[in-house]
Write a protein that binds this ligand. Structure first.
Ligand code: SF4
Length: 368
């Protein structure tokens, strides 16, 4: 099995217009038949997601990746999602990311060396043993495989925005403290929803001495949050909620838990992308919604529910630019190469990392 494209180089595709891709993607898919499964994240653009066999949020797609039977999993999402698919894939399956530049700025905010350094400081302060007796490390799905493995090896697990609550309960059943990576907002919103006072949730800044925290604050904390965020969801502000409510007094504001606590507290509901979609679909005709999440999902939801008013919470419209990198040209290139027997852009997680990342992912799949 070749690992690089020779017959079909990407540059030849990138100069072609979008509309010429549809037929070619369709033809390549047909030739590959059941050998390929295409997974598409909700934030993916329309021209790409319409070719997905399965669409969903990162939780649903990780479940589907674990069940996928095809030889090839083509992941139209971002790097960490394809890594998780590779970790959960069966032997002999290959996971492809059509554009390797499709990363996630939040996942990049927790680098394994920095995280190991923070943990060593927790151990030195006597807060935990190296193996995790004292603190349960939990990482959001939006993190590298190395961070997932870090958590798995120390008795922790992975969570998504759909099951963060369950993961916290699981974590607290093992230890009195949680170390949550990399999204401080999801961690804070989850802890706050469980009545943990804000002063018992501290933020570890990897660029400051001892995370910018005193030993006393660390000892008293129930949750230590990594200083990471999603650049898309952090753009929503409490003022946006006030503004939209002033304009449409009967509107419901629903937001993703990667948004700031102040925004989530003003919202009518908080939920994963799957939950936000469900809320809108199940609402009576005539309902109005302002949604705080990625703009492609909102626009698609608005189109598919014309009997309701669905708008973005922020007029500027927040776009996940890294997700957007996957274009029909990239997808076509990956599929046509597969037809020729070339596996391009394969995501391969190192075996030792894979083992512990799988432990952490399996624990997550079991708590639901
Ligand atoms: S929306 Fe935010 S967390 Fe999700 S992939 Fe984009 S940058 Fe990462």
């Amino acid at each position: 099995m070749a690992t690089t494209a020779t017959a079909c180089t990407l540059d030849n595709y990138l100069v072609l217009p979008d509309h010429t891709m549809d037929e070619r993607i369709g033809a390549a898919r047909e030739q590959l038949g059941r050998d390929v499964v295409i997974l598409g994240h909700h934030y993916q653009r329309d021209e790409v997601i319409r070719f997905a066999d399965i669409t969903g949020d990162s939780y649903r797609l990780s479940q589907e990746a674990a069940r996928a039977e095809g030889k090839y999993i083509v992941f139209c999402g971002v790097h960490f999602m394809a890594e998780s698919a590779d970790v959960l894939a069966r032997p002999g399956q290959a996971t492809l990311l059509p554009d390797l530049n499709a990363g996630c700025s939040m996942a990049d905010m927790a680098e394994i060396g920095e995280v190991e350094d923070a943990w060593a400081q927790f151990v030195n302060l006597g807060l935990t043993s190296e193996e995790g007796q004292g603190i349960t490390p939990i990482t959001y799905m939006n993190s590298t495989a190395a961070i997932k493995a870090f958590c798995g090896e120390r008795g922790g697990l992975v969570c998504t925005s759909s099951n963060a609550n369950g993961a916290f309960k699981w974590g607290f059943s093992k230890n009195q403290k949680i170390f949550f990576l990399p999204d401080q907002h999801l961690g804070r919103n989850t802890g706050f929803g469980m009545n943990i006072p804000l002063d018992e949730m501290v933020v570890w800044d990897p660029y400051m001495l001892q995370g910018g925290l005193t030993a006393d604050r660390l000892r008293k904390a129930k949750v230590i949050l990594w200083k990471g965020h999603c650049s898309v969801h952090q753009r929503f502000l409490p003022e946006h909620v006030d503004k939209v409510r002033a304009k449409y007094p009967d509107i419901k504001v629903i937001v993703h838990p990667e948004c700031r606590l102040e925004v989530c507290q003003k919202a009518d509901a908080i939920g994963s992308t799957e939950r936000l979609i469900k809320i809108v679909r199940e609402a009576p005709a005539g309902s109005k919604f302002a949604i705080g999440t990625e703009i492609h999902l909102i626009n698609r939801l608005a189109k598919s529910t014309p009997d309701k008013m669905v708008i973005t919470l922020d007029d500027a419209g927040c776009l996940c630019t890294t997700m957007y990198r996957i274009s029909p040209q990239h997808l076509c290139w990956a599929l046509e190469n597969l037809v020729e027997g070339n596996v391009v852009n394969q995501i391969k997680v190192r075996e030792d990392v894979k083992h512990w990342a799988k432990v952490a992912l399996d624990r997550m799949l079991e708590i639901q």
